[in-house]
Design a protein around this ligand. Structure first.
Ligand SMILES: [Zn+2]
Ligand SMILES: [Zn+2]
Length: 457
């Protein structure tokens, strides 16, 4: 029997991995789910959290931000529990709606092209129904988990992407802080996180993405932006175009404004800048919620960036590359058949272009194979189409992160000084490093998916 000050944490996803984040908590008799993502590297039912471990309807689902590894399975969970109450920040409500409808379209495409019979896992109607149950909140606003109940919730600025939040849960005998994805430094548009002050935290659930990355040699964001600017300028001067594969939420909006600023400053010569569809749709939400960005940030009007068009038509891509330009397109890791892959497929046949990766590139992806390709290597950009010989050599990696480096993660722990620290959202070496380098005196946990932990206050 647990004491009334204890919390039970059941990890449904995102334990021992950067997977489908989903954490089920039982506190003070209430059942809460933190995030409900899909696994970025898995397909079909496999990509879902372990929902079968939920034995009753949760009292609420709290969504930290709109990346699909945190919200991609929300409509699926709502189909199981149609009365589920969902809470997130106001911008996240809007972005989640766009991301989930896009997920339906992607799943429909994968069903056709790869014969994944389980897809789509939910329909556009399911997304609309689920979104009807979401309540948006301002940062720092306190609201009850259940009307009239004793558990209080608030969202806190996490600095990762627009609307991203860390979540504070205050039950009578236990206070829990879930970081979600956090970034402590300022980006081009986002201000770094503001950590809680004067709050006593019993349990901290902390992301560990960069736990195995030694960040002491990583250049600060503005310096890396300048390095990227010089590399872009060099390609444009020789008459080529630059492709920057980017995630639709966060990196695309950051890159568009970095490029525009460097053009204004004369680092990058005048040339048209293009952005792909979902990134544009989310840009409009950035525009609407501009007050959530860094107070000094300049968000350029979206119409100053051109549309890319239907890149699955070869003639559209050829026209796009006819004159020097800068193209910011999804997906960030260049998965096959996505806009960035379809554009790269034409670019790699020539030697005067540049392809610059600016985010995380998993080693099982086309982007990774292209980054590490040998001259003349054959790569498949579009499933079913013949492979293409890679003649282009100017393929580089730049380092822009929207996640806190491990030194900052450690200082989050020291500043909040909780009794229990639970490390999640990291590869096994990252989680191991974090646990090993946390000072004595904390109860540390690295639970796997399917495991439960009882946390005492
Ligand atoms: Zn994220
Ligand atoms: Zn994440």
């Amino acid at each position: 029997m647990n004491s009334s000050n204890s919390i039970t944490l059941n990890v449904l996803g995102g334990g021992g991995e950067v997977g489908a984040s989903c954490f089920h908590l039982v506190l003070d008799g209430y059942h809460v789910v933190l995030d409900s993502g899909t696994h970025p590297k898995k397909d079909g039912i496999e990509a879902l959290p372990e929902f079968r471990l939920l034995h009753r309807a949760p009292d609420a689902l709290l969504v930290s931000h709109a990346h699909v590894d945190h919200c991609g399975s929300v409509p699926y969970l709502v189909r199981q529990f149609p009365a589920l109450r969902i809470h997130s920040t106001l911008p996240t409500v809007r972005i989640m709606d766009r991301m989930l409808h896009n997920s339906v379209s992607v799943m429909e495409l994968l069903a056709r092209e790869r014969g994944i019979l389980e897809y789509p896992l939910y329909s556009h109607d399911d997304v609309n129904y689920a979104m009807g149950g979401v309540r948006g909140h301002n940062f720092e606003e306190t609201f009850p988990l259940v009307e009239g109940g004793p558990v209080e919730i608030s969202f806190h600025h996490a600095g990762h992407v627009l609307g991203s939040a860390s979540i504070l849960l205050k039950a009578p005998g236990h206070t829990l802080f879930y970081t979600g994805d956090i970034c402590e430094t300022d980006q081009e548009l986002m201000a770094g996180y503001s950590l809680l002050n004067n709050v006593h935290v019993d349990t901290l659930i902390i992301e560990s993405t960069h736990g195995s990355t030694d960040n002491s040699h990583v250049r600060p964001y503005p310096q890396e932006a300048l390095r990227l600017g010089h590399a872009i300028a060099e390609v444009l001067h020789q008459g080529g175009s630059v492709l920057i594969p980017s995630f639709a939420l966060g990196r695309t909006q950051e890159m568009l404004n970095i490029v525009a600023r460097l053009q204004e400053e004369g680092v990058i010569p005048e040339a048209p800048v293009f952005a792909s569809g979902l990134g544009r749709a989310i840009y409009e939400i950035y525009n609407r919620f501009e007050r959530y960005l860094h107070p000094d940030a300049t968000l350029r009007p979206l119409d100053q960036f051109g549309r890319i068009g239907n890149v699955w038509e070869r003639s559209v891509v050829r026209d796009l590359l006819a004159e020097p330009g800068i193209i910011i397109a999804t997906s960030g890791m260049m998965l096959e058949n996505t806009p960035s892959a379809m554009i790269a497929q034409e670019m790699v046949k020539r030697t005067h272009h540049g392809i610059f990766f600016v985010g995380y590139v998993d080693h099982e992806t086309l982007g990774y194979r292209l980054l590490h390709s040998e001259p003349g290597e054959l790569l498949e950009f579009s499933l079913g189409a013949p492979p293409v010989e890679v003649k282009l050599r100017n393929i580089q990696r730049f380092y822009f992160s929207a996640h806190a480096p491990r030194t900052s993660l450690r200082s989050v722990i020291e500043r909040l000084h909780p009794k229990n620290v639970v490390f999640v959202h990291g590869d096994p070496p990252a989680l191991a490093w974090m646990k090993e380098h946390t000072a004595n005196g904390y109860r540390t946990h690295v639970p796997m998916v399917g495991q439960s932990v009882v946390l005492e206050a």
